[in-house]
Write a protein that binds this ligand. Structure first.
Ligand code: GAL
Ligand code: MN
Length: 291
């Protein structure tokens, strides 16, 4: 679709806005909530750019059970009508479900070992994503989004999320005071954030942006995880803690509201007009290698 002047200047899009939530950060990055953007206008702007969007998802051990729903619902709601390249990391390549993909969308499966602790599986993602960006994604895609597999899409998750460096406010912390954020608090860790510091508490289950920006992020995080690990330190919430530290000093250029990754366990709250993607309820004892 060609972006016409008529479309740009149609009035309704200019009247959008929210007064019940904060929609911009102190460094002037937008915080994306329903009713702060016009999806038609966004699509008309981004579709002609002919973008390729990579999405990484890890489905290791029993987490393979979440992959089918993830992919099927992503095909309905995730970057619809864009070129999407899913990169699935798993220890069971033969168990990857066959899912009908729309035109322009494809899946690559990458075999990874199953580590013994879920904390290690989670943290190892930074290094693995770093390697794949270096090997392939830097030549193949414009944007990359890194998502948890134990989730399902329910509503549009579209091009309004595209920007240089993108992170999401954690659904359990968006309405909490900063002193309750679960940052890493030990100064000996490279993920340390002192009390009183910090902008938002970002979720580790979703981050992304332009490929070269995400490359810098995962590189810093995996190297810091290795520095800590050599000292016998594991940050409070593994790579999520390192992500939070990185984003404190490298501010995201766009922030997603918790609509973009909610949690089924949390009932819809007043400010959540739509749930776009949500973490499914799971029995940790059943799906994790260790508890
Ligand atoms: C929990 C979530 C964890 C971690 C933690 C941070 O709700 O399940 O993955 O993000 O919050 O405090
Ligand atoms: Mn998860």
């Amino acid at each position: 679709m060609v972006l016409s002047t008529r479309l740009l200047f149609k009035q309704p899009s200019l009247l959008r806005g929210r007064s019940d939530v904060v929609t911009v950060t102190p460094w002037l990055a937008p915080i994306v909530w329903e009713d702060t953007f016009d999806p038609l206008l966004i699509d008309a702007m981004y579709k002609p750019m002919n973008l390729t969007i990579a999405a990484t998802v890890f489905s290791v051990g029993k987490y393979i059970m979440f992959l089918k729903d993830f992919l099927e619902t992503a095909e309905k709601h995730f970057m619809v009508d864009f070129r999407v390249h899913y990169h699935i990391f798993t220890d069971q390549p033969t168990e990857v479900p066959k899912v009908n993909l729309a035109v322009g969308r494809q899946i690559s499966v990458h075999e990874v070992p199953k580590l013994n602790r879920w904390q290690d599986i989670s943290a190892s993602r930074m290094k693995i994503i770093h390697e794949l960006i270096k090997q392939r994604i830097s030549q193949e895609a414009d944007y990359i989004y890194c998502l948890d597999v134990d989730t399902k899409f329910h509503f549009r998750w579209g091009a309004e999320t595209l920007d240089r460096l993108v992170a999401q406010i954690h659904p359990w912390f968006y309405d909490m005071p900063r002193d309750q954020f679960t940052y890493e608090r030990r100064p000996t860790s490279t993920a340390y954030i002192p009390n009183g510091d910090g902008d938002y508490y970002y979720i580790g289950a979703l981050f992304g942006g332009m490929v070269e920006e995400v490359y810098k992020l995962v590189e810093t995080c995996y190297k810091n995880i290795e520095v800590d690990s050599a000292k016998g330190i594991e940050a409070a919430w593994q790579e999520e803690s390192h992500l939070n530290r990185y984003l404190l000093y490298n501010k995201p250029t766009k922030i997603l509201s918790p609509e973009y990754l909610w949690h089924d366990q949390r009932g819809k709250t007043e400010v959540i007009k739509v749930i776009r993607l949500s973490q499914v309820l799971k029995n940790n004892a059943e799906v994790r290698e260790n508890v």
